[in-house]
Design a protein around this ligand. Sequence first.
Ligand SMILES: C[S@@+](CC[C@H](N)C(=O)[O-])C[C@H]1O[C@@H](n2cnc3c(N)ncnc32)[C@H](O)[C@@H]1O
Length: 294
Amino acid sequence: MMSSVAVKDRWSIKSTPAMEQEQFELWQALLEERTGMTLNQERKSFLETSLSIRMRELGLADYEEYYGQLVAGTTESKAMEWSVLVDRLTVQETSFFRHQSSYALVETFVNNFIDENPSGSSLDVWSVGCSTGEEPYSLAMMISEQFAARETNDYFGITATDISLPTLSKARKGVYAARKVEQVDPRLREKYFESVSEREYQVASSLRDRICFARLNVLEVNKAPMQNMDLIFCQNMLIYFRRWRKKQIVTRLAERLAPGGMMVLGIGEVTDWSHPDLERVQVPDTLAFRRRKN
Ligand SMILES: C[S@@+](CC[C@H](N)C(=O)[O-])C[C@H]1O[C@@H](n2cnc3c(N)ncnc32)[C@H](O)[C@@H]1O
């Protein structure tokens, strides 16, 4: 009888063919051109495994054939397949209130917004690269709390965008495993989540209704209708992009800020970047810029 190790080896050899370097470079270029993400040599085996799983589902035998389908199929079939693949190749790791210092900064910003704007103003927020929704829901909880504490008549809306359709569909449902929700402050958990099964919670509809989830490839920000945003929040997405591209995207996002609006990035995610209309917000352990008012 064959040992389990031998069976496993035979299976993995059969299911994950090695990719020629030339092929790898083609896939790297395709992914970068379409998503901005760079896949370094260390992630070659991740690419091989992800593609092989998908090729097996499609009944395809080699990388070349699959590549051909993605670049030369009908427009519709190419787009559908690409959207499945992008979901498999992107990193969607996220959590509620990820990087507390950024949220503390948002809290101060929201308080200033209430002070500086007439009653009945709208606070418009954009979460860029929102993944499965934890980020926009955290922003919604934070803003709701501030608005309630200050008894303001202001209101807010959040647009949350991502390149991955399956990810956005999870985000819209707002259903999360208990272990994720348990990381949220118990008071907020009590107020903004409903238990839907023994192991899952759903975000309350009062919060879900505040968020519009939409597909957007950040390389195509020029096609996005968002303008005059008061707050743009973009963390842990640019880390996968080349330096020149990060700067290009951040410049385009900056153009969508309202006067006085703030853009919050992940710490260290863009270096040597400035914009004539923006000033750096000097708060330790954060990376944020504010658009001058005039
Ligand atoms: C690691 S998650 C970060 C999620 C969240 N912002 C956070 O900080 O927890 C990165 C997200 O960026 C998205 N993404 C990657 N490339 C993108 C692109 N070109 N346009 C839009 N979203 C992209 C991925 O689908 C993924 O959901």
